[in-house]
Ligand binder design. Structure first.
Ligand SMILES: Cc1ncc(C[n+]2csc(CCO)c2C)c(N)n1
Length: 193
C-alpha cells in the first residue's frame, strides 16, 4: 500500500514498571485491557497496536491506567505514527465502530513529555507551537524544554490532549505524522501527586 493512503494509525510502546514483578505488571496490563478493536503484537522489546485512531488512543490509555493502578512507578515510552502503514495486517480493524471498549474513568496523575514530527510539512514549527499553546490553554502544559514539551495532569486529560494534537497536526496534504511520548506515573519525583 502506498504511504498515506490508509487511515490506520499505530502506537509502538514499551512499559517499564519499576518493580520486581515487572513481568506480571506488563502482562496484566496487556491482558486485562480490551484490545478487540486493535491489531496488537507484543515482542521482547515492545508492543504495537494499530487501528482506528479512537481505538488506538483508548487502548493505549487503558494499558497505561491498568499498569498505573498497581501503584508501582511506571515508565511508558512510545511512538504514535500515521500515514505510512507499511503492511495491511491491521486494515481489517478499520471496520470497527467508534464505540470505545475501555471506559475506566479512574483518576491518575501522569507527567509526560511529547514531541511532534509533522513529516514533509514546511509549516511544522507553526503546527508544533499551535499544539503547545493549546496545552497551555487546556491547563495540561507543564514545562518547556529542549526537544520536547512537558504535559501533565489527569491521565484522561493528558490522553485527550495527545489524541487531539495527533489529529490537529495532520492534514489531507500532510498525512504522515510521528509523535513520541514518554510518561512517568506514580514517581516519587511527582511529590505525592
Ligand atoms: C508494552 C510492552 N510490551 C513488551 C515489552 C517487552 N517485555 C519486557 S518484559 C516482558 C514480559 C516477559 O516476556 C515483555 C513482553 C514491554 N516492556 N512493554
Amino acid at each position: 500500500m502506498e504511504c498515506g493512503v490508509s487511515p490506520i494509525i499505530g502506537f509502538r510502546f514499551s512499559l517499564y514498571p519499576m518493580a520486581d514483578d515487572f513481568v506480571k505488571v506488563i502482562k496484566t496490563a496487556l491482558g486485562e485491557t480490551d484490545t478487540s478493536n486493535v491489531w496488537m503484537h507484543t515482542d521482547d522489546v515492545s508492543t504495537v497496536i494499530r487501528g482506528k485512531q479512537i481505538h488506538v488512543f483508548n487502548v493505549a490509555k487503558a494499558i497505561a491506567l491498568s499498569a498505573a493502578k498497581t501503584g508501582k512507578h511506571i515508565a511508558l515510552s512510545g511512538t504514535f505514527s500515521a500515514g505510512c502503514p507499511g503492511d495491511t495486517a491491521g486494515d481489517a480493524y478499520l471496520d470497527k465502530s467508534d464505540e470505545v471498549a475501555n471506559i475506566d474513568g479512574t483518576k491518575q496523575y501522569v507527567s509526560s513529555q511529547f514531541a511532534l514530527y509533522p513529516m514533509n510539512n514546511p509549516s511544522y514549527m507553526d503546527i508544533i507551537y499551535r499544539e503547545v499553546n493549546r496545552a497551555k490553554e487546556e491547563g495540561v502544559f507543564n514545562d518547556t524544554m529542549q526537544y520536547a514539551s512537558g504535559i501533565h495532569g489527569d491521565i484522561h486529560d493528558v490522553f485527550a490532549f495527545y489524541e487531539k494534537a495527533f489529529s490537529n497536526a495532520r492534514s489531507d496534504n500532510h498525512k504522515h505524522l510521528v509523535m513520541t511520548v514518554s510518561m512517568s506515573i506514580n514517581s516519587p519525583s511527582h511529590g505525592g501527586r
